[in-house]
Ligand binder design. Structure first.
Ligand code: MN
Length: 354
């Protein structure tokens, strides 16, 4: 397991200098942020990013994410042009020796919460979601009412996309995902990149938009869609874990055992009711997920890819990008590192004693 941290580039208030003071974090997960979506990433730009990360003593272990254009998800006639651009970006990543590309296939909104500063009992703040609250949000005149998305689309763009997806069923989305992967995976194989799909967050349909990467059956279907080691998963415990039917340690064992988990996001959530949850601190006791059981499962399948603490709370008065402050993610990293060391050492001592 390579313990890693997400870094949003030169404009991230959580700088590489701060991240390097978290013990044991050696990997950085980042992306190119200053190109419009759909534009291919040139080799030189990826190389410059890698150099910036390596100069601070880290290695660039994964790209999160290369955006997938809506035209690809919709299966529009213009999709091939966008797929070509995506492939070119994958090529630039692989030729720079970066092993993992994370992406997602969620229409229009690639994450959704109804509150970005939900107050937890200890006075810290976290992201939360309430499906009934979401249902009250009217998108007919734009995304102003949506936390985190108000500036992402004009009213016209949003209306166009929501209308276009009305024609797309979940089966259509699977067909479009297969079409995309059949073209991207051979390029990924050629340049040594592992593709890692991030599950839907939260793992159910929102605003009538189709969503497909929601549970174990979907992951099973995904890995068979194009049967290649380069076609894998970014297993996000918090995204899938928002649905209590999803058994995350079992998924880690199943897909990690197949060698198809290429990237791991570890985060805890507290289920508050039917399709209602808040994010919490990482330890198992803070939320509904057994984080020890999840880390143990990664250890048992000898997971050796990048693993990062996912969203953190806002604590100690820190302000910043919701979910991506320094302090609580650093606590999460240390908790994960502690679990990993304890599991490794108890495993070694058991082996010695037998
Ligand atoms: Mn995640």
């Amino acid at each position: 397991m390579k313990l890693s941290f997400r870094w949003y580039g030169a404009n991230d208030p959580v700088s590489l200098d701060k991240i390097r003071q978290i013990p044991v974090v050696k990997g950085i997960v980042s992306a190119i942020y200053d190109l419009p979506p759909g534009e291919p990433w040139p080799f030189d730009k990826v190389q410059a990013l890698k150099k910036e990360v390596e100069e601070k003593g880290f290695s660039l272990v994964a790209i999160e994410s290369i955006p997938v254009a809506e035209e690809i998800k919709l299966g529009s006639p213009s999709r091939d042009r966008y797929i070509d651009a995506f492939c070119e970006s994958v090529r630039s990543v692989g030729e720079n020796g970066i092993p993992v590309v994370c992406y997602n296939f969620m229409p229009v909104f690639d994450w959704m919460r109804t509150n970005l500063s939900f107050r937890l009992e200890d006075g810290s703040y976290a992201l939360s979601y309430d499906h009934d609250e979401l249902a009250k949000i009217d998108l007919s005149s734009g995304a102003q009412g949506l936390p985190g998305w108000s500036a992402a689309y004009s009213a016209g763009e949003l209306r166009y996309l929501l209308d276009a997806y009305r024609e797309i069923s979940e089966e259509d989305l699977w067909v479009n995902l297969k079409y995309f992967l059949e073209r991207v995976v051979p390029v990924a194989e050629e340049v040594g990149v592992k593709m890692a799909i991030h599950p839907d967050d939260p793992p159910w349909p929102i605003f009538g938009l189709p969503r497909v990467i929601k549970d174990e059956a979907a992951l099973e279907r995904l890995v068979k869609l194009v049967d290649s080691p380069s076609n894998g998963i970014a297993l996000c415990s918090g995204s899938l874990g928002a649905d209590p039917k999803n058994d995350i340690p079992a998924m880690v064992r199943r897909f990690g055992g197949l060698g198809r988990i290429h990237f791991a996001h570890v985060r805890n959530v507290k289920i508050l009711g039917e399709r209602r949850f808040c994010e919490t601190a990482h330890p198992s006791c803070a939320g509904s997920l057994d984080i020890y059981g999840i880390i143990k499962a990664y250890h048992d399948v000898s997971f050796n890819g990048p693993l990062r603490p996912d969203h953190g709370r806002m604590i100690w008065g820190e302000e910043g990008k919701p979910g991506y402050g320094l302090c609580d993610r650093a606590l999460g990293a240390m908790y994960i590192a502690g679990l990993w060391e304890a599991i490794s050492k108890s495993h070694t001592s058991k082996c010695k004693s037998t």
